[in-house]
Design a protein around this ligand. Structure first.
Ligand code: ZN
Length: 281
């Protein structure tokens, strides 16, 4: 499932073909994905120019000169495919739409952007710029934004009886953090995922803030380099492999130098947590 760094990578990959460009033609090939698409979505997109391309949590937000924002959520398996960019405005050819190509946007500049989603947990919606969208309501601060800082996190977790892992996955506390990067951040911080959030010292909680930022920034940087490879290949945005230190490494030796521990997996709230029982307390 794409997490914040993957979504940010997709946003950056879309920027050159979307920013400032007009959607010459939009095609909506089914009624909806996780939820129905908004009424007349193709007509509302056609002719609109993208004036800003941002991200909030795991949602890509494209402001349009029609006064609406296009919200894109990749869900579990959503991918954005770009074709036709390097071939020029008049000579592009696009592959025929495939089974899971649900929304197609042909940009004035010649690029075709295709939203492909095999499992259909993704979403697209249109709403008035600046208005409240239910998916964006109640989201906590962005982990890479200024509102997410040491004092904030210490106060947000004070007295919390839930495990630190669950608290960091709570989108009201911090937006966009998912299972993979919470595991990685707790490993770097040396905090056991099952520790009660409110029982961890303020100093250790404060220390999590720069670690969370670093884990995400590293992954975004890795995504940036994979983006350059994608461009040469088939223009697919959305998935790349990172060198995770503990995530998905059950039974492997702990990557900390001198540690004889092995990565352990436990299930918390139905999701796997990977950690080193020696390094993380
Ligand atoms: Zn270890």
């Amino acid at each position: 499932m794409p997490e914040l760094p993957e979504v940010e990578t997709v946003r950056r990959g879309l920027a050159p073909v979307m920013m400032g460009q007009r959607i010459a033609r939009a095609e909506v090939r089914r009624e909806g994905l996780r939820w129905p698409f908004p009424p007349d979505m193709a007509a509302r997109l056609t002719g609109a120019t993208v004036t800003a391309l941002g991200r909030r949590s795991k949602y890509i937000l494209a402001d349009l000169d029609t006064g609406e924002t296009l919200l894109i959520h990749l869900g579990m398996s959503g991918r954005m495919l770009i074709s036709g960019t390097s071939l020029g405005k008049f000579h592009h050819h696009h592959p025929a739409p495939e089974k899971h190509d649900h929304v197609v946007m042909d940009m004035d500049g010649g690029a075709r952007i295709t939203f492909n989603d095999a499992r259909r947990f993704g979403a697209m919606d249109l709403f008035a710029i600046g208005s409240a969208h239910p998916l964006l309501a109640r989201l906590g601060p962005e982990p890479l934004g200024n509102a997410f800082h040491e004092d904030y996190l210490v106060a947000a977790l004070a007295g919390k009886n839930t495990p630190i892992k669950s608290a960091l996955l709570d989108q009201r506390i911090v937006a966009g953090l998912g299972n993979i990067y919470v595991c990685e951040a707790l490993f770097r911080a040396g905090i056991h995922p099952a520790r009660k959030a409110g029982a961890i010292s303020a100093a250790r909680i404060a220390g999590l803030v720069p670690i969370i930022r670093a884990v995400l920034t590293d992954a975004i940087a890795a995504g940036g380099s994979s983006l350059r490879d994608y461009r040469q290949a088939d223009g697919e945005l959305g998935y790349f492999q990172h060198g995770f230190r503990v995530y998905g490494r059950e039974g492997e030796p702990c990557p900390t130098e001198g540690c004889a521990g092995r990565v352990r997996r436990i299930v918390q709230a139905g999701r796997s947590s990977f950690y080193c029982p020696r390094c993380q307390r």
